[in-house]
Design a protein. Structure first.
Ligand code: SF4
Length: 379
């Protein structure tokens, strides 16, 4: 008999499941706390649950942890796990410790269909969406593993970024309950400011997210013009910059902070020149006048052989950042973490049974020059 994976449920979902077993909502709350706050997967250890409920759960439910294929620890404290999600697919999650926070980067898909030119996951193609349970299981495992490792009962993971493998807004149905588990005070109790969904620009879903679960939003911009972005983020051909920026303006009033973050991967000779900084400033200033406050996060590109791209050098990145700062934009340069274990941004590449012929597409893309057009600003 198939039994329900309780990691698939947010609290409302678990309450509905318990109701079907003839149990009241407060029982679901107790069960939810056992699972997420205490990391317990054995029903017979859940000592304050009625024996009758424990007996029902034994035959109707389970908690499906993801098998860990490997764990690597970087010299800088970053930890990367490879989780088996079946049928030849595996996804990665990365824990990044800092003095004031612990961030877990979580995957939402086995592979990714967007196929960004500079992204290792994109080069692997796409196999399937993860379930809610598979998204939550990454956090569930990492949090309770780290508590044991650091010998603490306190929460270790304070921030979650949906920036691992996959485009989270292309797996919307599974994403929303997973976010709710992260935010729930009976679950991980993370604030909306500390849960970030990163998107390459799935415009219709940005609007839905603002209604369903408005957490922090990071937009993978990477180019200031449509002509350049078309070559780097293929989704731009479907949702060009004007539509993307309009969706961002709509999102901001519901966002947990009064700005949105724009990610910009610095690629040598492609998008890192002074004219690109000028175009980016013009784009953001135009939309600032329409109410969009932005913060820019410059990401040094982490090269991988198939990309055919190089990282902008340090002085170029600094000069680019200086221009943005001089124009009044808060700009950070992301520290590279975990690069000795290939855990840095854009390097995540689990095992993907590609169903999309990504290698062929990417080969064709590599053969096309990336467009360089001077001064085109989307109004
Ligand atoms: S950057 Fe994100 S959206 Fe683009 S291919 Fe990589 S995982 Fe997919």
């Amino acid at each position: 008999m198939t039994t329900a994976n309780l990691l698939d449920f947010d609290l409302d979902g678990l309450a509905a499941f318990c109701e079907r077993l003839g149990e009241k909502r407060f029982r679901a709350v107790q069960l939810f706390r056992w699972i997420h706050q205490r990391g317990q997967s054995r029903f017979d250890e859940m000592s304050d649950l009625a024996k009758t409920l424990r007996a029902k759960l034994q035959t109707t439910a389970h908690i499906a942890a993801l098998p860990v294929v490997s764990m690597q620890a970087s010299a800088d404290g970053t930890i990367k796990w490879l989780f088996d999600v079946g049928e030849g697919n595996a996804v990665e999650s990365v824990f990044i410790p800092e003095s004031d926070r612990g961030t877990l980067c979580v995957s939402s898909q086995a592979g990714c269909a967007v196929g960004c030119r500079f992204c290792s996951t994109g080069h692997q193609g796409f196999s399937r969406n993860l379930t809610t349970g598979e998204i939550v299981a990454q956090l569930w495992y990492a949090e309770h593993f780290l508590r044991q490792r650091f010998n603490t009962d306190e929460r270790v993971i304070s921030n979650v970024v949906m920036m691992g493998m996959g485009e989270p807004l292309q797996n919307y149905g599974a994403l929303i309950p997973a976010l709710k588990v992260m935010l729930d005070d009976h679950g991980y109790g993370l604030s909306r400011r500390r849960v970030t969904v990163s998107t390459s620009g799935v415009v219709p879903m940005i609007e839905r997210l603002s209604n369903d679960c408005p957490v922090a939003l990071a937009v993978s911009l990477h180019a200031p013009t449509d002509s350049l972005r078309d070559g780097l983020v293929p989704l731009n051909r479907k949702y060009p910059l004007a539509e993307l920026m309009a969706a961002c303006i709509e999102y901001l009033p519901k966002a947990p902070r009064d700005f949105l973050t724009f990610e910009y991967c610095m690629l040598a000779g492609v998008n890192d020149q002074p004219e690109h900084a000028t175009q980016l400033i013009e784009l953001l200033q135009t939309h600032k006048r329409r109410g969009l406050n932005s913060k820019i996060n410059l990401i040094p590109f982490n090269p991988f052989p198939e990309s055919g791209l190089r990282c902008a050098d340090r002085s170029t990145v600094t000069a680019f950042a200086d221009r943005l700062v001089a124009a009044g934009f808060v700009t950070t340069v992301r520290k590279t973490r975990g690069d000795d274990i290939d855990a840095a941004c854009g390097q995540l590449a689990g095992d993907v049974r590609d169903r999309t012929q990504a290698q062929t597409r990417m080969r064709a893309l590599r053969e096309q020059p990336i467009a360089f057009k001077p001064r085109e600003v989307t109004p």
